[in-house]
Every structure is written in structure tokens, then in C-alpha cells.
Design a protein around this ligand. Structure first.
Ligand code: TEU
Ligand code: CA
Length: 564
């Protein structure tokens, strides 16, 4: 297996807006991250992935860029960026930036020019269509609700936006646009950025015949996804970026909805020279019912094991993968996959055990290392995600969904659950800001915060640090083969990692009941010594020799190491 820094490291994702406010405006910023670099380093992580920091009017919290080569006013300036990058490199860490190149903000100079006239030089940087009899060109909806087309009165044409109408899609068939984008990426490469997460990257190509989408049961608009996701031209653009901008020392990560472990190789195949790995959506909706306000029991095999094992057992030539549960687009890990009420600490530690011993680069989302939870007491006015309000008028004001169910659905599934401020201590606003925060702090910050957990040797935070240290020391967890154990077990996820004469056996009870693991003799050749467990008093299970049955307590997770 070819060794790479981004395979061997552990990553930490920071939603900058919510991490640390250094200047008292209620919004996280780059200087706030600089203040916390020693904390981040103390976790033992090797790379920091920042959500977008470029200049933006923040319609979509930075995913709508008005200047690709400058820093968002609220986050600071280019000098702060240089200071942050210097601080990261001085601590032997790497920086991965989030690049949003499928669309720009409607306040970007290119779009302001493009709207001036159909003949404008920048007109073709965007995707326009005349429409039909004063209607949009077709029935496509957008990811944020409403139509994917917005009429520009001035020139009488519609422009495409598969996200919000303040995020007009860029036209990647235009050579000049591609060249400008390459120059922009080279600017950040030139500053020393180590890696790039390419936002919504498999949407770069659209079916420009704009065929109507199928209108599914209960939908107000046609299904646009088949015409704006994973079209063949995306590969041409990715190859062009890889060839003309990036070098082998960079990691290039794609965010690719609608991709799974069976087809990700079309982007991550080592010979494709497109992406090193992709962020998928496999665990985003685990436990989500038919409607957002309903929850269903997790089917461990179907919802979790098949997917995570599928990613871990791909052939080397198919490319690499991340191991993550949460990010800024889904809910908090311990709330969605664990039990944040009855087994908060144990289930958070069990999930950490899986993530940090599995095959692929672990991406820890800020706050998961202390077991931050969903903000399930938010009211409508507490939410900030732009897409919530577009959908509210579409679903609630039209009478399709009751206000109560819509709010319950948000409490369970809104992205804002993962965007509440980092909980540093039990003081005002959890030590995130001295001002009113841009979004409310989770009401449990006095029980769940860094300061309290740094002092508690048995805390979730210290358990993460122990596991990260183990992973940094144990290459078996990075490059070792992955083989599931007792695959049919509906409560336990167990697997063996093997590299040379080293074997690591990981056993995790995924639920709150007792559970039993069956081990076949061949698995236990050798003396497995307990290295990590999320329960105390383990003298009776400190080592396992030809034991065919192992009994596990609720959410119990164990890591055994054997040197053959
Ligand atoms: O999300 C991309 C995204 O939401 C779509 O790719 C879609 O969800 C997926 O294809 C479904 O299969 C990124 C960012 O992560 C998100 O925060 C932004 O809101 C969005 O792009 C727009 O930039
Ligand atoms: Ca600030």
C-alpha cells in the first residue's frame, strides 16, 4: 500500500463560524482557531479541515462565495490566514481547505457582470435559459426547496441554482471559467495549503438540454438529481484540475452525494488521477424515518456494518476513504448513532472506538470529541440554516406538514444540530463568545464541555485522545487488512485488523443491551491482550485465549492486540 500523510493522519473538521470567537462579535473566526491550536494539537490530530473561509455574504454560511481569493470579513483577513497556516505548520499539522467551485454567490463580481447583459463577457460563466411561456425552462427543484431556476428580470432569462437562488451554478463547459478557477486554486496552493475538500464536486456538469425530471409522489418539483449529479463530464474537469493544479503532495477530497463504496472508484480509482477519496452520505440519515419527525431503530448490519465494511474492504486500486459520522450537513454523532440520554459517555466512546480503529482516514467533527449532542429543544426562531425557511413556506405554509411535526423534524435532522458553538467551559456561552452568539449554545454546555472533560481521566475527551494516540502508534490500524468477525451479529460490530505479525481485534456492542460475540478458533490464534476498553474493572477480560464466546455489556467496546 502506498504510504501517504493523509492516510496515516487523523483529521479534525472545524466549522469556523462556531469554533471560537476572538473579537466579541458572536461569530467564530481565524484568530479564535489560532488561540485553540494547542488544544487541537493536544488531541493528537494531524490535519485540520476548515469549512469555507472565503469572502461570502453567508446565505449558506460560506458556501456562497463572493471572492475566492479573500477571507470572509467575519473570519478575519489574509494576514490572519497566513498566521493560522503558520501556526498549523509549526505544530506539524496540515491544513485542508473547503473549496466551493460548483457555484458562486450572486454577489460575486462575475455574476453582477453576467446579469448586466446577454453579451457580457461573464454571461456564459453561468447557466441561463429563456424559459417557456413565462415559466422556468423545466420542472427541476433545488436542494434547498423551490424551483432550481430564478428569473433575472433585467435580461428576461432564468439562471440555474441547484442550491439557493443566491448560489448561481457556474458553467464548467466554459474554458475561461475553468482557467480562472485553476488560477484561483493555484493561489491557495502557492500559499502552502496542504489539501482541498471540493464541495458538491460531482455536480460540476449538468444536462444542458434541461429535460423535465420525474415528479415523484408528493413532490412539488421534478427530480433534478439525475441531470446534475455524476455526469461523465465531471471526470474531465477533475482530471484537468489534478493535472494543472495539484501535485502528489496534496490531498484532493471530493464531496460526492449519490456515491457509495461500490462506485466511488469512478472518482477515487488510483489510476483515474481525479480524487484521492470522497466524502459520502452513507451514515447521514441512519435512524431517520419515512418523515423527518419519525425515528426508526438502527439495523446494525444494513445501516452501518455493510457500509463501513464495504468502504474498508475495497481493493487498493479503487482508492482511499474517510471514516466519519458527522459533519456540518448532518446531526451530532452520539445523538444519531448512540444514546445521548441513557448511555451518553459509553455510546460516544463506543463510536469513537469504531471510528479510530477502522480502515480509512478518521475525520473527527469538532465537538464530537466531547460528545456534543443535538440541540433538540430549538424553536423555529433558533434555527439559522437558510434551507429551513425556504422549505417552511413550501411545506408548512402550504399545509402539507404541521408546524409541530416540522419543528420535531428539525430537532431530529437539522444540520444546525451540528453547528452550535463549541462548548469550551461552563461559563457564559460555554466560553465560545463574550457576545450574543450567531446561533444558540446547546443548553447542556454546563455538563458537556472541554474544561470539565480535560480534568476527568474517564471523560469522552480523554478516551478520544487515548484512541488517537493508539492509532498514531499502531500502523496496523492504518494499513492493516480488514476482516469482519461474526458478520451476522445484529448487535455487535467486530473486526480484525492484520499487518505483518500484528493483529488488532475490535469488538463493539452497538446498542444498550447485553450482547454475545461468537469467535471461531482460527481468529484467536495467539494471545490477545486488552489495550483499550470503555468500561473499567477489566481484570476478567484482560486477555482472551481460544474463547469462543465473549459477553459484552451495553455499548461495551474493546480493543485487543496480539503479536503473533
Ligand atoms: O453539500 C452538497 C449537497 O448537499 C449535495 O451534494 C446533496 O446533498 C447531495 O448531492 C445529495 O445526494 C455541500 C455542502 O456540504 C453544504 O453545506 C452546502 O449547503 C452545499 O454543498 C452547497 O454549497
Ligand atoms: Ca468573531
Amino acid at each position: 500500500m502506498e504510504r501517504k500523510w493523509w492516510k496515516e493522519g487523523v483529521a479534525y473538521q472545524i466549522y469556523v463560524r462556531s469554533f471560537k470567537d476572538s473579537n466579541g462579535d458572536g461569530i467564530g473566526d481565524l484568530r479564535g482557531i489560532i488561540e485553540k491550536l494547542d488544544y487541537i494539537k493536544s488531541l493528537g490530530v494531524d490535519m485540520i479541515y476548515l469549512n469555507p473561509i472565503n469572502k461570502s455574504p453567508n446565505e449558506d454560511n460560506g458556501y456562497d462565495i463572493s471572492d475566492f481569493e479573500d477571507i470572509m470579513l467575519e473570519f478575519g483577513d489574509l494576514e490572519d490566514f497566513d498566521g493560522l497556516l503558520r501556526g498549523i505548520h509549526q505544530r506539524n499539522m496540515k491544513l485542508i481547505m473547503d473549496m466551493v467551485i460548483n457555484h458562486s454567490s450572486d454577489e460575486h463580481p462575475w455574476f453582477i457582470e453576467a446579469k448586466k447583459s446577454k453579451e457580457n463577457k461573464y454571461r456564459d460563466y453561468y447557466i441561463w435559459s429563456k424559459g417557456k411561456d413565462n415559466n422556468p425552462p423545466n420542472n427541476w427543484g433545488s436542494f434547498f426547496g423551490g424551483s432550481a431556476w430564478e428569473l433575472d428580470e433585467n435580461t428576461g432569462e432564468y439562471y440555474l441554482h441547484i442550491f439557493s437562488k443566491k448560489q448561481p451554478d457556474l458553467n464548467w463547459t466554459n474554458k475561461g471559467l475553468r482557467q480562472d478557477m485553476k488560477n484561483m486554486l493555484k493561489y491557495w496552493v502557492g500559499k502552502g495549503v496542504d489539501g482541498f475538500r471540493m464541495d458538491a464536486i460531482n455536480h460540476l456538469a449538468k444536462d444542458m438540454d434541461f429535460p423535465d425530471g420525474e415528479i415523484k409522489e408528493g413532490a412539488l418539483y421534478g427530480d433534478f438529481i439525475p441531470y446534475v449529479q455524476n455526469l461523465p463530464e465531471v471526470h474531465d474537469y477533475l482530471k484537468e484540475l489534478k493535472r494543472d493544479v495539484f501535485t502528489d503532495s496534496h490531498v484532493v477530497i471530493g464531496e460526492t452525494g449519490g456515491i457509495n463504496y461500490e462506485n466511488a472508484h469512478v472518482y477515487t480509482g488510483v489510476d483515474n488521477k481525479e480524487l484521492d477519496f470522497t466524502f459520502h452520505f452513507d451514515l447521514h440519515s441512519v435512524g431517520k424515518g419515512e418523515n423527518p419527525w419519525e425515528r426508526v431503530d438502527i439495523d446494525l448490519i444494513k445501516d452501518v456494518k455493510e457500509k463501513m465494511t464495504g468502504w474498508a474492504t475495497r481493493a487498493e486500486k479503487e482508492g482511499w476513504c474517510p471514516v466519519f459520522y458527522s459533519n456540518h450537513d448532518t446531526t451530532r454523532t452520539v445523538s444519531r448513532l448512540g444514546d445521548d440520554k441513557n448511555y451518553h459517555k459509553l455510546s460516544a466512546k463506543m463510536l469513537a472506538t469504531l471510528q479510530l480503529t477502522h480502515k480509512g482516514t478518521p475525520f473527527i467533527y469538532y465537538g464530537d470529541e466531547i460528545g456534543m449532542t443535538n440541540a433538540n429543544d430549538f424553536k423555529l426562531e433558533d434555527y439559522r440554516d437558510a434551507s429551513i425557511f425556504t422549505r417552511y413556506s413550501e411545506l408548512v405554509l402550504s399545509g402539507l406538514v404541521s408546524h409541530e411535526n416540522y419543528i420535531k423534524g428539525l430537532n431530529l435532522t437539522s444540520r444546525d444540530n451540528s453547528r452550535t458553538p463549541m462548548q469550551w467551559n461552563d461559563k457564559y456561552n460555554a466560553g465560545f463568545t463574550s457576545a450574543i452568539p450567531w446561533i444558540k449554545v446547546n443548553s447542556n454546555y454546563q455538563e458537556v464541555n472541554v474544561e470539565q472533560q480535560e480534568k476527568d481521566y474517564d471523560s469522552i475527551l480523554n478516551y478520544y485522545k487515548k484512541l488517537i494516540a493508539l492509532r498514531n502508534k499502531e500502523l496496523t490500524l492504518v494499513y492493516g487488512d480488514f476482516e469482519e468477525v461474526d458478520k451476522e451479529n445484529t448487535s455487535i460490530y467486530a473486526y480484525l485488523r492484520t499487518l505483518g505479525n500484528k493483529k488488532v481485534l475490535v469488538i463493539c456492542n452497538f446498542f444498550g443491551g447485553d450482547a454475545q460475540l461468537k469467535l471461531s478458533e482460527d481468529i484467536l490464534l495467539g494471545n490477545f491482550k486488552l489495550e483499550v476498553c470503555n468500561y473499567e474493572n477489566n481484570e476478567y477480560n484482560s486477555q482472551i485465549k481460544n474463547q469462543s464466546i465473549i459477553n459484552l455489556r451495553p455499548y461495551e467496546s474493546r480493543v485487543y492486540i496480539c503479536e503473533i
